[in-house]
Ligand binder design. Structure first.
Ligand SMILES: [Fe+2]
Length: 403
């Protein structure tokens, strides 16, 4: 028996390749239909026609309209006899009231499907609209895990940023301005029906948006990998995303028209989105949701500022083999395998792509830090953090992030 076991842990095999009662534990993996590649966005019309849509709510924001990505979509829908009701009243970090107005618009016009085009904000807004359209009530009634009972109307997502993963995930993040936090809705019912992942719309992102959204993708990959709900399928996607972000995000920031780099980041966002949708997230996102709700700061920037300090605490929890695989995926030299080294590298990586502000710039006070830590402690993402995070732990991380 021991000989058989030793054969599996020989240098030729990763220890996690061993099949045991632990790795046979029941898992599930949910994903939408996905079309990836040049021109994928033009498949919205044919798909909508095929499933019998007649009048869709087209959810987007003014920036995406101005960038020129919405008009061709509406034209393509028209060519397939589909009427589109445009809803563009979506701001970054969409607030609950906007989702409720979107749901009213959907119902007023008797729409029979939703097509969302944009970054994470329009896509999350579209999910919230869909939930309220078929389930009634208020969007924040569905905060938490598995609270959505009735499926949404058909939803097609076309991401124009590379990071949120909202086009494939079972998550929607909605800002509650009353509690000043970002509420996470997590349900299989929030998985879109179709994701059209097209590199070209990424080319109109400026360097700042490219960096913050790209860091979001990297954090999704890393948190999915260290999550206590990770398994082989999510690991492979998470590691693939880390490889792609480490190699292609700096190029995307410096050369916005490089379609190869944009294509790599579109793929990274997709891989990381599928990984975190199924393995969930951890303390970085729990804190980033609290921070984003309080300061209305860009989600990717909150993540980037917290990633190093959280990973300094998290990575020592991983086995040596798992840390090695992560360091290899990020392209780190063999001398950088300690958790602290990897955490420092992550902070330097975000600075190198232009994210040089710090949490101190936001003027956080001691009182604010305790409030943030308490809110993060109640976030659904903390359930899969690989270590038990107390309020004191989270306060300590925020202090590190400010230093
Ligand atoms: Fe995120």
């Amino acid at each position: 028996m021991n000989g058989y076991h030793d054969a599996w842990v020989s240098p030729h095999r990763q220890p996690e390749a061993i099949i045991t009662a632990d790795t046979r534990e029941l898992r599930k993996f949910v994903a939408p239909e996905i079309l990836y590649g040049d021109g994928a966005r033009f498949m919205a019309g044919p798909y909508a026609q095929r499933i019998g849509m007649r009048r869709v709510l087209a959810v987007t924001d003014p920036g995406v309209v101005a960038a020129g990505w919405v008009a061709p979509l509406l034209e393509s829908l028209g060519e397939h006899d589909i009427e589109a009701v445009l809803f563009q009243d979506v701001r970054p970090n969409p607030i609950a009231d906007q989702i409720m107005r979107g749901a009213e618009t959907y119902l007023e016009h008797s729409c029979d499907g939703i097509i969302a085009i944009g970054g994470g904000s329009p896509l999350d807004c579209a999910k919230g609209v869909g939930v309220v359209a078929t389930n009634g009530g208020h969007v924040l009634d569905y905060e938490g895990v598995d609270r959505v009972e009735t499926p949404m109307p058909p939803l097609v997502c076309i991401p124009t940023t590379a990071g949120s993963g909202a086009d494939v995930s079972q998550f929607a993040i909605i800002t509650d301005p009353v509690r000043r936090l970002k509420a996470a809705l997590i349900s299989k019912s929030l998985v879109p029906d179709l994701a059209l992942v097209d590199p070209e719309p990424l080319t109109t992102m400026d360097a700042g948006l490219t960096a913050t959204t790209g860091m979001d993708a990297l954090v999704h990959a890393i948190e999915a990998y260290v999550s206590n709900a990770s398994w082989s399928l999510t690991d492979e996607l998470a590691l693939a995303a880390m490889r792609l972000v480490a190699r292609s995000l700096p190029q995307s920031v410096e050369h916005p028209d490089d379609l190869d780099a944009r294509g790599a980041m579109a793929q990274a966002s997709l891989d990381a989105g599928l990984a975190f949708s199924n393995a969930s997230l951890g303390a970085v996102h729990a804190l980033a949701h609290a921070l984003g709700g309080l300061l209305d700061a860009p989600h990717g920037e909150c993540n980037a500022l917290l990633l190093g300090p959280v990973m300094r605490r998290t990575l020592p929890e991983l086995s040596h083999a798992r840390t090695e695989r992560m360091a290899d995926a990020l392209g780190l030299p063999p001398t950088m395998r300690a958790g602290a080294d990897i955490a420092s590298w992550l902070t330097e990586f975000s600075k190198a792509i232009g994210m040089t502000s710090s949490l101190a710039d936001y003027g956080l006070t001691e009182e604010t830090i305790w409030d943030l830590a308490a809110k993060a402690g109640a976030d659904a993402c903390l359930a899969t953090n690989p270590w038990d995070a107390t309020t004191d732990d989270l306060v300590g991380i925020l202090h590190d992030a400010i230093a």
